[in-house]
Design a protein around this ligand. Sequence first.
Ligand code: ADP
Length: 262
Amino acid sequence: NLDVKVPVTTRDELGSLSQSMNELAHDLKRYRINKQEFFSNVSHEFRTPLSYIQGYSDALKKGFYKDDKEHQRFIEIINDESHRMNRLINDLFELSRMEEERFPLELELVEVENAVNSAVAKIEATAKEKDIRLIVKCDSDIPHIAADAFRLEQIFTNLLQNAVRYTEKGQILVEVNAEHGKVKAIVSDTGKGINTEYLPHIFDRFYRVEKSRARDHGGTGLGLAIVKQLTELQYGSIEVESQFGKGTKFILSFPEAKEGDE
Ligand code: ADP
């Protein structure tokens, strides 16, 4: 039996106490709904590749295929889907670690341009295959920022992979400049763009504008959630602007490193 003494004296205090209890109850309810939604999304995301793997391996086992070509195609599907499951597990695991406060980051003084260039090198070949022009424009004398070089590059790699994924032909431009104590990096593409009504959701876990199309591209739906977490962990912020049919622009902003940030 807990003897809790709540020092409530006036009607006002009683009113504000009941209001905060209401808010607490509301937060708790939202948390439960979010949790439920999250687990239902996770199971759905895993169920899809698993059902492919089960279906096609059953067919192989029972010899239900026309010829060698179909046999090979079934094997490839099983292989692709198991890779997808692997990516999903890795992304989910990383994201859950990032959402905890003790995610390890090796902060040092880094140049954003270096991270951009390493990320660009990774997607160059795919961009070329799709006939996409890749341009990097960095102002000179950009101040350093305090960041984890590997994690900063991961942000640009994810954004650029998306830009390539959702652009046909066209152009991808990365600009780096500095103003008012901030280093800004802007990744823009001339791709399919995102309808305004979907923009507020694109950083949510598993959110995709076109579920099946995005799935065909091999994405896990966690890329932008990871980008946002990583940006904020490194004291930055991210915004998105997009015009449907015209292209998308992600604007990252990081505070300039101050003396003693090393
Ligand atoms: P995915 O693995 O599906 O790419 P992300 O979290 O990286 O997941 O992105 C979420 C959704 O946002 C994508 O499914 C896509 O609909 C949209 N999106 C992200 N980047 C772009 C872009 N550069 N151009 C158009 N749509 C984009």
